[in-house]
Design a protein around this ligand. Structure first.
Ligand code: ADE
Ligand code: ZN
Length: 396
């Protein structure tokens, strides 16, 4: 048992257990003692934090405490790289790290703003070299996500980062693709990929990236826009998004995380996005709020990320989430980069319940919204919304 207390200025305390996901003889299972696991047919596939069940307010039919069923619509697969995984991959691939002590690495995850996080995040990604690295990372996340109630994950990945690190695009798609297939089969979790363009590399690089990814068109469902926001407005990517639309890809973009509401307007008007990632600063513009509300454009809000990157007031109890919901916005809750920001999607739900005093009904609305805003077929959405309704009845 390794308890970890979430840091920063959050006043709630959340204890978690570090659990390794290991594979033995083709089976996938959890163990708290994976470092001691022996046998040549067993190997770690990822290290992820598993939440103890006592934090959950609802139960399954047998009365066992369970997390809310939800869709995670804003998670960067690279941001799920737990420190133990980072160290193991660095050793395996002979990549230098500032320290090989996972606890020390994690202790360094204190950020002044988005850019200071991105600098650490992208530097860490040098450890990802092989198809196996991508497979293990994604399967570790899917295992942790499924344990936290996630039924559907629409996961971002940043191929430009990996290509610039000398990794062939084939290895990225093969590793992620096989993890999604395995997650579907062994965990019953539905997952798809959204390819992000790094906005600080500019519009021409985005177009080039999309062209290079088209041979793998069946392996991703949409495009997104991430990395440094201020100074790189959506207008730079109009052509890349138009190409994506022609290819029948979904379109989302980070906007209004740090930058002003004009970035959200541009994402809507020029990129024709179907969801806005973060979008917190849209609240500064009443006309924009009305547009988002009337067109039912979802915002994928990430409360623990906002606290960690100082894109929201320092105390979670002052987060704009309740005001966004009162304004009639289709708000969802996600983790963004759970390793760095102190929690997965169920941890975000638990934090909101503890700090914002959300009722079971409000949490159910967020869970409903997550399926509503997903890119799943309508029949699947309806089935999963019914699961939320059943959970709500048991949680009262
Ligand atoms: N890449 C990973 N996390 C991000 C975030 N919160 N904003 C922009 N780019 C990111
Ligand atoms: Zn993000």
């Amino acid at each position: 048992m390794r308890p970890r207390v979430l840091g920063g200025e959050q006043s709630f305390e959340c204890r978690e257990r570090l659990v390794a996901v290991v594979r033995g003889g083709g089976e996938l299972h959890h163990t708290g003692e994976a470092l001691g696991v022996a046998g040549s047919d067993r190997r770690e596939v990822g290290w992820h934090l598993l939440q103890p069940r006592r934090l959950y307010s609802g139960t399954n039919e047998e009365g066992v405490a369970m997390p809310w069923p939800a869709a995670e619509l804003h998670v960067h697969i690279e941001g799920t790289i737990e420190s133990e995984f980072l160290v193991a991959a660095a050793r395996r691939n002979d990549v230098a790290l500032p320290t090989y002590d996972p606890a020390e690495l994690t202790a360094r995850y204190v950020f002044a703003d988005l850019q200071s996080f991105l600098d650490v995040h992208y530097s860490n990604l040098a450890v990802l070299r092989t198809e196996r690295d991508f497979h293990d990372l994604a399967l570790g996340y899917l295992t942790r996500a499924a344990a936290g109630g996630v039924r559907r994950a629409e996961m971002f990945f940043d191929p430009q980062t990996h290509i610039n690190n000398g990794v062939p695009i084939e290895a990225v798609f093969a590793g992620l693709g096989s993890a999604l297939a395995e997650g579907r089969e062994t965990l019953g979790i539905s997952a798809d990929l959204i390819m992000c363009f790094l906005r600080d590399l500019g519009g021409d690089a985005a177009e080039e990236m999309l062209r290079a990814a088209l041979p793998f068109r069946e392996q991703f469902i949409g495009v997104g826009l991430d990395s440094t926001e201020i100074g790189y407005p959506p207008s730079l990517f109009t052509k890349a998004y138009a190409m994506a639309e022609v290819e029948g890809l979904h379109r989302v973009a980070h906007a209004g995380e740090e930058a002003d509401p004009s970035y959200v307007w541009e994402a809507l008007d020029l990129l024709k996005v179907e969801r806005v990632d973060h979008g917190n600063r849209a609240m500064e513009d009443v006309d924009l709020v009305a547009r988002l509300r009337d067109e039912r454009i979802a915002l994928t809000v990430c409360p623990l990320s906002n606290i960690a990157l100082k894109t929201a007031p320092p105390a979670l109890r002052d987060h704009p989430l309740p005001r966004m919901m009162e304004a009639g916005l289709l708000v969802t809750v996600s983790s963004d980069d759970p390793t760095y920001f102190g929690g997965y999607v169920d941890d975000n739900f638990a934090a909101i319940e503890a700090e914002l005093g959300f009722s079971q009904q409000q949490l159910a609305t967020l869970a409903h919204n997550s399926f509503e805003a997903s890119f799943l077929p309508e029949t699947e959405k309806a089935r999963l919304r019914a699961e939320v309704d059943a959970y709500l009845v048991r949680s009262r």
